[in-house]
Design a protein around this ligand. Structure first.
Ligand code: PLP
Length: 413
């Protein structure tokens, strides 16, 4: 066997894609299947929902743009448009920000992990997390460590985060804290303003003792519940110049362009010399992994962000899809509460998780009835209090009419 020993026995496929494939095959054979596995937004006919204006912007990109290399860190127009989009609400952060184009938010996470942790060091995240965080760390010879996400009353456990940063700093001399918010995958949870303020205060306090970086994975930014989805950014302004501040930005969900593979890592760095060094390091990493992103995708997304007419049309189309999703969320909440299901506060986003100590067995039983959800095990010590498992339910992928059957299956003993 020529394959290196540490890579032998690796799973060939993401388990979620495997479950989705099976559910799709059964449906094609004529079975009535509810498929709540995959994180893409489907309309109420079960078809992939695509913003027509985003699709048009993609199809209007010229053959030459698709064929030409992009600059390593992305086109200047794309990099500016992404920073303006996310940080227009906080000019001090915007003026200190540099964006690097990446293949989706996944690429942004990869850049953060390899540039803000030494090999062998661990990224810190919540004990419920999107499984590829582990893959991304493992693949780049880093580790993943977790802290308890929820207090017994269901809020974010900021003291657990605070203690974990202290532990991590003591153990490895630096910390990279990854928080997926709003509309966390897999739990559906969105942090409150008070929680964001407390997280920022904790990061700032620890950053006085060693290098600490906050990485906000905002892949689902535009699908959270009511209110301004960028409001949380104001709470991060005090971190500028004190701690590392990164955002993993993605066009996948924001523009229903999952396959286009367009994202960016945005780094806010107060000092101009340090910012240039960060920019160079990130660009070097791009060159050493995927070289550069496809230019056509960057050009199309730049139009979606910066051409006022296209941006307005995308916003209107997103709004109608968001309303479709929120109607599913409402229906789920009404039925699930009545059945006594246990799950975090859920006001929007693609997913929710229903807690159960026997996630695998429960998911198996549901699968036998043709209802597909993704079993999850909580990370961290088994003896810790709270539920040990959960079922991730992708409401983004089911129709409103399927929700009663889904909730019945989840509530079955
Ligand atoms: N972060 C989270 C939590 C996600 O669920 C996803 C996609 O499913 C991503 C980041 C990145 O997605 P992409 O690489 O398609 O932008």
């Amino acid at each position: 066997m020529e394959l290196i020993a540490s890579h032998q026995g690796r799973p060939s496929d993401d388990p979620i894609f495997g479950l989705n494939r099976e559910a799709t095959t059964r449906r094609q054979k004529g079975e009535s299947i509810v498929n709540a596995t995959i994180g893409v937004l489907l309309d109420d006919e079960g078809k992939l929902a695509i913003f027509p204006s985003a699709g048009r912007a993609v199809s209007e990109v010229s053959a030459t743009e698709w064929a030409t290399y992009a600059p390593i860190a992305g086109t200047a127009e794309f990099r500016k448009a992404v920073v303006d989009d996310l940080l227009g609400v906080a000019p001090d952060l915007r003026d200190a920000a540099v964006a690097t184009a990446t293949p989706g938010g996944s690429g942004a996470l990869r850049l953060a992990i390899t540039n803000y942790l030494e090999p062998g060091q661990a990224m810190l995240t919540t004990n419920w997390y999107w499984a590829p965080y582990h893959t991304l760390c493992d693949e780049s010879d880093r580790k993943l460590d977790t802290f308890a996400m929820f207090t017994p009353s269901g809020g974010l456990d900021v003291p657990a985060l605070d203690a974990a940063i202290g532990r991590t700093l003591a153990a490895q001399g630096r910390a990279l804290v990854c928080i997926n918010d709003p509309a966390h995958n897999p739990t559906g949870y969105s942090m409150t303003d008070d929680e964001w303020r407390a997280v920022a205060a904790s990061i700032a306090r620890h950053a006085a003792r060693g290098p600490v970086t906050l990485l906000v994975d905002c892949a689902y930014l535009l699908y959270a519940g009511a209110g301004d989805p960028r409001a949380f950014i104001a709470h991060l302004r005090p971190l500028l110049g004190k701690a590392g501040l990164l955002f993993a930005w993605s066009a996948s969900k924001s523009f229903t362009q999952y396959g286009l593979r367009v994202g960016a890592l945005i780094a806010c760095v107060a000092d101009a010399k340090e910012r240039a060094m960060v920019e160079a390091a990130l660009s070097y990493s791009c060159r050493g992994t995927w070289s550069n992103c496809n230019r056509g995708g960057l050009v199309a997304v730049t139009r979606m962000l910066a051409d006022p007419q296209v941006a307005r049309a995308c916003a209107a189309e997103r709004d109608s899809l968001r309303r479709l999703l929120l109607a599913r969320v409402d229906r789920f909440n009404t039925l699930a509460r009545a059945r006594g299901l246990k799950y975090p506060r859920y006001e929007g986003g693609f997913f929710v998780t229903v807690f159960t100590d026997h996630a695998r067995a429960k998911a198996e039983a549901m699968r036998a009835q043709g209802v597909y959800v993704v079993p999850q095990e909580r990370a961290g010590p088994a003896e810790a209090p709270g539920p040990k498992g959960a079922l991730r339910v992708a409401l983004c992928a089911v129709t409103e009419a399927e929700i009663p059957r889904l909730v019945d299956a989840l509530a079955a003993p």
